[in-house]
Unconditional design. Structure first.
Length: 452
């Protein structure tokens, strides 16, 4: 099971994975808790990672062996358990699939309707709501410190430790299908992109649409198109503006019903009604993706969503002081599957969080974004932005320079693949169906072999 899950991400050479025996520890201690991951074998630690990391686990084996390569230390029981051990004939791994699944679906916090969503009046008419949210909502919340913010690469760390263990055992470089397609510009070497970049916008209020033109001018000047996610019930949809956006090569996505933050917690039948209504209001556009209002989500909702859309983009890599919990996030900067739907995670901190929740200056926001881009670039991940064209965010000239500054920075990176979110999802499915056999890739003309 562990090998299959990991190979779905890495897509390593088939004959290598078939030769390596992967054994799962049995006799699990089923307990959800925070633990410390300690890498004793520094040879398998990626250069970008720390030797000790706090991580959420969905239980683990009681087994403890001498000379473990990686151990888990229960933060409550203060006991250590073997997580990964490289034996002479196999690699023994402890509960890998459940831990990855628990991180991707954020099992470390309780999903419930927020205070703002329970109010009898729309949250957006409350005076000083930004101040309330920023200073009062989380005053008594205990901070676990997990996930790390603004970046958390826990899933990537586990994946790298596993594949590096295979590399250590075989003594050879491990070929895998590169994470991103070949760069068209590089006709000589046909190199794959080092990282991907995708731009999206959530149109939360009527003011969003009057600011589109100036935002698009900045994008066009820097060579970008973007996805515009539209609500179906809160305002009158300006179809003429959306047609123009689509004609320019942009994407139109669904942002759900009315932004009340309740959709993920409704009964199944009501969720389906809202999703069907939202799709019907945008039936003249090729809508393939969804972004949940206020990023409200849970496992049940995401599984229902998979029957309506090709991709979703409601799950952040790491988010601080969100409307759901103090800390949330999937701890990954790569797409992943929910049934046959691709989750295209939001990997960059949102403009609302940085401007109104954190109160950062324009320069501090740009510098933070640059730092995270470079961190994602090191592990060949996805840089995915969500900004808001509303009057109180980047639609305001006071903050528009933040967006312009980061696009100028990103446009200069010549090893990126710029793609709309539906293109990211389409590629991820194509890559997943590709295989390496005898040094050749089958299933994709855009894919390239990379090595770790």
């Amino acid at each position: 099971m562990a090998a299959n899950t990991l190979n779905n991400h890495w897509n390593i050479e088939s004959k290598i994975s078939s030769k390596i025996k992967i054994k799962e520890y049995s006799s699990f201690r089923y307990k959800k808790s925070m633990a410390f991951l300690e890498v004793k074998n520094k040879k398998i630690l990626p250069g970008w990672a720390k030797q000790n990391s706090k991580i959420f686990v969905n239980g683990y084996s009681q087994a403890k062996e001498p000379n473990e390569d990686i151990v888990l230390r229960d933060s409550e029981a203060e006991k250590s358990f073997s997580f990964l051990k490289i034996d002479d004939d196999s690699i023994n791994i402890n509960n890998f699939d459940k831990i990855i699944d628990g991180l991707l679906f954020e099992d470390y916090f309780e999903k419930k309707v927020s205070v703002f969503s329970k109010l009898p009046i729309p949250y957006y008419i409350i005076p000083f709501r930004h101040f309330i949210f920023r200073h009062l909502f989380y005053m008594r919340k205990k901070d676990s410190g997990f996930p790390n913010w603004p970046s958390d690469f826990s899933v990537e760390l586990l994946r790298h430790l596993y594949v590096n263990a295979i590399k250590e055992k075989t003594g050879k470089k491990i070929p895998y299908v590169a994470f991103w397609p070949k760069l068209k510009e590089d006709t000589r070497h046909k190199a794959s992109a080092k990282f991907a970049v995708s731009l999206t916008h959530d149109c939360d209020s009527p003011s969003s649409f009057k600011n589109i033109e100036k935002i698009r001018e900045i994008e066009k000047e820097n060579g970008f198109t973007s996805c515009w996610n539209v609500l179906s019930k809160r305002y009158k949809i300006p179809y003429d503006i959306l047609k123009k956006l689509e004609k320019e090569g942009n994407e139109i996505g669904s942002h759900g019903y009315n932004h009340d933050g309740k959709i993920a917690f409704l009964p199944d039948a009501d969720i389906k009604k809202r999703l069907s209504y939202s799709k019907s209001k945008l039936k003249n556009f090729n809508v393939r993706g969804f972004r949940s209002p206020q990023l409200k989500r849970n496992r049940r909702f995401l599984n229902l969503l998979a029957d309506y859309f090709e991709y979703d983009s409601s799950v952040p890599n790491s988010e601080y002081k969100s409307s759901i919990a103090l800390r949330t996030g999937s701890c990954t900067v790569f797409p992943f599957f929910i049934k046959n739907m691709v989750e295209v995670p939001l990997t960059m901190p949102q403009d609302f969080t940085l401007i109104h929740t954190m109160g950062y200056s324009n320069n501090k926001i740009i510098n933070l974004w640059k730092e995270k881009i470079e961190a994602i670039r090191k592990i060949n991940g996805l840089v995915s932005f969500n900004t808001h064209p509303d009057d109180y965010l980047i639609g305001n000239d006071k903050y528009l320079g933040i967006y312009e500054g980061i696009l100028k920075y990103v446009s200069k990176q010549d090893d990126k693949w710029t793609a709309l979110p539906h293109e990211v999802a389409l590629w991820w499915k194509e890559r997943s169906n590709s295989r390496i056999k005898n040094g050749k890739i089958y299933g994709s003309k855009r894919a390239k072999i990379a090595y770790i």
